[in-house]
Design a protein around this ligand. Structure first.
Ligand code: AMP
Length: 395
């Protein structure tokens, strides 16, 4: 069943619960360091408000582990949102309960109220039924715009939709789903997927699924070393997941004759993980036994870039090296710039890869930047996401 969008439901005068993703990064002074997630939710919030809905926003923030902790309060978000909307947004003392209900009952059409952190209640992540009912009892319409949390079966992303008749997707959710579907269902070929980051084990599912879909799979970052080790190379002290070597070999075998599965051929190796450490460009055959590989080398950048150039569809998740440290950031930034230069439809997901395209100043040249790293991986894996499936119902 197709998703219904927020502009296809009756909103005037209704109490509208919008599950947003306001899980923004905060510094030690509890200041928001990046408000992208809030900004991206504005079109849906404004739309519901202008349509005469009473806007009740709910989100999680951080990992308060089911306890009320002031440092995980959504207060800084309420303040930033007020500034962005040009009006005051009140913060409710909680996300359920009598006081919250009274506040919602007193709302006028178009007003915006932010509920306090959903994860102050352990029942949220447990998808507990009475908590789901309590959330659902607050509103008449449910909108989910939190793609970043759509792979979680929680009370606010799934449980409560059982008790609300009218459910729909927000504009951001819709854009995520439509963009990712372009890469999942009949993508234009050549289709090049680039995977990096620390762990193979996190990305096994997506690799398996991509073997049937992509033309070329480029693997860099820490995860490449488990594959290289599986192929028999000595990788020194580079990151290796010993228990994944067998599976990695199996994946490499499975790719043979089907797709191009390309691993790095050279690396930026260092004596240790430190910007001051001695470093050298080394090929697969020459990785020193007590050194660590922290970025892809220039030859690999060239090979990966040639593949990216010919692509019609690109999916990228995970950095090519320890890009947080300048000496090991070249591979990741080169990939970001090459994707931006390509005329392919490109999707970039995952916090680090998104940060890299932002830092490289090329975000506006990417087809779709996904707000959900984990959710976008699971989507590309071909999994059904509970937060999206819950929206597929009549009403
Ligand atoms: P992930 O969350 O799995 O996408 O991993 C992201 C992290 O992987 C980043 O913090 C990178 O610093 C790290 N990373 C990337 N390449 C390497 C590498 N060659 N060795 C160790 N860590 C790496």
């Amino acid at each position: 069943m197709a998703l219904r969008r927020v502009d296809q439901v009756e909103l005037q005068g209704k109490r509208v619960f919008i599950r947003v993703d306001f899980n923004v990064p905060l510094n030690e002074k509890n200041e928001i360091t990046d408000d992208t997630r809030i900004v991206l939710s504005l079109p849906t919030i404004r739309f519901v408000s202008e349509a005469g809905g009473k806007v009740v926003l709910a989100s999680h923030l951080g990992r308060p582990k089911g306890k009320r902790e002031p440092k995980f309060s959504l207060a800084p978000v309420a303040e930033r949102l007020s500034g962005l909307l040009g009006g005051s947004v009140s913060l409710a003392p909680d996300c359920v309960g009598e006081e919250v209900r009274r506040q919602i009952d007193g709302m006028k059409e178009g007003e915006v109220l932010l509920l306090e952190n959903l994860r102050f209640h352990p029942e949220e992540e447990k998808n507990e039924e009475s908590f789901s009912r309590a959330l659902a009892s607050l509103c008449e319409v449910y909108i989910n715009d939190a793609f970043g949390a759509a792979h979680r079966a929680h009370a606010s992303t799934m449980g409560m939709t059982r008790y609300i008749q009218t459910v729909a997707a927000g504009f951001l959710m819709m854009k995520e789903v439509e963009s990712l579907e372009r890469a999942l269902v009949n993508p234009q070929k050549p289709y090049v997927a680039i995977l990096g980051g620390a762990k193979v084990s996190d990305k096994i599912g997506v690799i398996q699924n991509l073997l049937d879909k992509v033309t070329t799979l480029l693997v860099g970052g820490g995860m490449a070393y488990t594959f290289l080790k599986a192929k028999g190379f000595g990788v020194g002290k580079s990151l290796v997941e010993g228990d994944q070597i067998g599976l990695s070999l199996h994946l490499l075998e499975g790719a043979k004759g089907k797709i191009k599965f390309i691993l790095p051929s050279d690396h930026v190796a260092a004596e240790r993980m430190d910007v001051q450490a001695r470093r050298e460009i080394v090929s697969n055959e020459n990785i020193p036994g007590d050194w660590v590989c922290l970025d892809i080398g220039p030859e690999t950048i060239r090979v990966f870039s040639d593949e990216i150039k010919t692509a019609r569809t690109i999916f990228w998740n995970g950095p090519m090296g320890v890009f947080e440290m300048e000496p090991f950031s070249q591979g990741t930034f080169a990939i970001a710039r090459n994707i931006a230069r390509s005329s392919a439809f490109s999707i970039v997901g995952g916090g680090d890869s998104v940060a890299a395209v932002n830092q490289a100043g090329v975000a506006d040249k990417i087809g779709h930047i996904s707000t959900g790293g984990g959710a976008s991986l699971e989507f590309i894996e071909g999994k059904k996401l509970p937060g999206i499936e819950a929206l597929r119902k009549e009403g």
